[in-house]
Design a protein around this ligand. Sequence first.
Ligand code: PMP
Length: 375
Amino acid sequence: MNRVKNFNAGPAALPLPALERAREEFLDFARSGMSVMEHSHRGKEYEACHDEAIALLKELLAVPDTHEVLFVQGGASQLFAQIPMNLVPKGGSADYVVTGAWSEKAVAEARLATAMLGGAVRVACTTGTGEGKEKSYVRAPAPGEVKAADGAAYLHLTSNETIHGVEFDVDASRAFPGTGAVPLIADMSSDFLWKKIDVSKFGLVYAGAQKNIGPSGVVVMVVSKALVEQGRKDIPKIFQFRTPAENKSLYNTPPTFGIYMIRNVLSWLKGLGGLPAMEARNRKKAGVLYGAIDANPAFYKCPVEKQSRSVMNVVFRLPGEADEERFVKEAKARGMVGLKGHRSVGGIRVSAYNAVEPAWIDELAAFMGEFARKG
Ligand code: PMP
């Protein structure tokens, strides 16, 4: 077996021990004589695993009693629509902070959903400059730049822009904004559980699992019970947040294998020392990568401002596109894959999620030094 060093942006590398555990349990889960995929989602073996995944999330994040953990489907993309459907009342309005491609998508869906259901959307702050092909995003706003409107249903931001490599709250000067009585909502798809957060500051955080905590097909929500309660009742039941909340995320058939894998990944994470240990590991990895970029400023350029440089998705450019192609190709020949930047922005992107081993990053940084020297 020759496993590669996987720097994919998502679906992404999973911790080897979590995969090995799945292999061991694959044919015979919990001594039941069948795979977890063959179990009823209402059977006691599956339910124990489902409950354990929820309990691990609550423990790792110290989720307070005011909030609950839900598993939903449809990707983070579905939540772009579902959040305004649930939370913007008729005649109401929601605020959005735009820091890259994913927050642009979130606003666009919210516009359609609120137009359909009688509400509005306001961009409270954008850090984008330029238009069309020249449009760029290189920073998260400072907290003082973001003012939620009085009475806004919520303020939504994207804690980590997976394509642009811009992240909130890596540096204290780019902390999450305070929003007073307005609930703060964060799409944490690409930086969920990279470090501890104070859940009580958020009305809702949500994340597609396929970057940091499992395979695709599951979205985790950590949501305040008050917001669930306030949600509109004039939308289809399947879209109401109260539906999973009232049914322990077992209203309809959940993606059982995905939730099982989340259980494996989270028990690995806990075993490594939980979120404080994960934060130290991730900051170190990012330090090595940005160090390799900054050590060769004539060759590598990271467009993102220092205070907003993402710990999870490190983006940079080489002198020309031909150099970038060669970089990706030569890295691949050394077993390092997934380094091509998103097609919309080009360049190189190193996704260094939790499961990416520090040793892979060291190897990549050494390769970067060598590649720059050769020119
Ligand atoms: N938000 C962010 C920040 C993302 O990176 C992604 C996926 N790359 C999404 C939302 C969309 O997630 P999904 O494909 O699960 O709908």
